[in-house]
Write a protein that binds this ligand. Structure first.
Ligand code: F6P
Length: 348
């Protein structure tokens, strides 16, 4: 059986999925597929490091008698042996050279991908990403290419799963940065307004806000009353001896600068804005992400081997399981209300 890894979106720990997949597929033929292997050259030194690690992964497959291939550049296949895969689990980024691919959103692009799978004898695809990736997987399944989705995004906004690979690493990165910011805010008695990623969802902002003891987290899913939920909390905090404040703003909420200006006008407190940006999408994966990626990658390969297609691996009720993509995409997901209430109430 020939299985390929495929992704439209980037995510922190695809590599861990890849490792899991490669190990599980011990005697299978493994292919790797990414929409972004056409990454612009020349590559940066860091890109090269990642690319070499990617090649090592392929070589490991060769070493274990796996038949490897890349869909986009089959000519690049490594011809010699290399060290094992174990080292790459600690790497961030996407050695698959992933990126959003507009072509995959067209009928022609999908047909091209399906034809390429056929041409290369790929029997199944593991599609890591979010809703867009799963819709692509669904469309490819309809074209006869067995596909299993694995949820991967730092936003944790995929409706059918409680967890998406990359989320924990992004949280930890943001927390580490904010802990550092806090030192200056404390020394100068300032307020730090920090924008975190998450696209249209506030899961990342809520978790980060809770973990850093933010005075408030501004989330797209919940309307805050600026006077009572922010200004009044800052005033009471000040009376109780709190000399600095951290306010988290989800990127989907609105402008962090506007929030900061507003706070400054209302309180007179010296305020600074930090936008963490893409730093949240890189770095060595956390233990939780490595373990979840391994579990989900394993489940995805098992599903393909059982002849399943058009399924997505999910983390539901503390279990890794799989469900129909259509059903998965039609579910609802809201913020964790208990966590939201706790965060709004407790500020350290
Ligand atoms: O979906 C992951 C994510 O990092 C979002 O949190 C963010 O809005 C977006 O991707 C950023 O995308 P880009 O790298 O294209 O700016």
């Amino acid at each position: 059986m020939k299985i390929a890894l495929f992704t439209i979106f980037t995510c922190v720990v695809l590599i861990a999925v890849m490792v899991a997949v490669a190990y599980v597929c011990n005697r299978l033929n493994i292919g790797t597929r990414t929409t972004a292997q056409q990454a612009p050259l020349p590559l940066t030194p860091q890109d090269w490091e990642v690319y070499l690690a990617y090649l090592q992964a392929l070589m490991e497959c060769v070493a274990n008698n796996h038949n490897t291939c890349g869909l986009c550049r089959p000519g690049d296949l490594p011809q010699h042996m290399a060290p094992g895969l174990s080292g790459i689990i600690r790497k961030g980024g996407t050695m698959l050279y992933t990126a959003r691919c507009k072509e995959m959103m067209t009928e022609e692009g999908l047909q091209k991908a399906a034809d390429t799978c056929k041409y290369l004898g790929i029997d199944g695809l593991i599609c890591c990403g979010g809703d867009g990736t799963f819709r692509g997987a669904q469309a490819l399944s309809r074209k006869g290419v067995p596909c299993i989705g694995v949820p991967g995004t730092i936003d944790n906004d995929i409706v059918c799963t409680d967890y998406t690979i990359g989320f924990d690493t992004a949280c930890n990165t943001a927390i580490e940065c904010i802990d550092k910011l806090r030192d200056t805010m404390q020394s100068h008695e300032r307020c730090s307004v920090v924008e975190v990623m998450g696209r249209r969802a506030g899961h990342l902002a809520l978790h980060v806000g809770c973990a850093v003891g933010a005075t408030a987290s501004c989330l797209p899913e919940r309307k805050l009353n600026f006077d009572t939920d922010i200004v009044e909390k800052m005033r009471v905090g000040r009376i109780k001896g709190r000399n600095h404040h951290i306010i988290i703003v989800a990127e989907g909420y609105g402008s962090a600068q506007e929030v900061a200006d507003h706070i400054h006008e209302a309180t007179g407190i010296d305020t600074r804005v930090t936008i963490l940006g893409h730093i949240q999408r890189g770095g060595s994966p956390s233990a939780q992400d490595r373990v979840m990626a391994t579990r989900m990658g394993y489940a995805a390969v098992r599903a393909l081997m059982e002849g399943k297609t058009n399924r997505v691996v999910v983390f539901d009720n503390n279990q890794v399981t799989d469900l129909d993509i259509e059903e998965g995409l039609s579910r609802d997901k809201d913020l964790n209300q208990c966590l939201f209430e706790a965060q709004q109430t407790v500020a350290i």
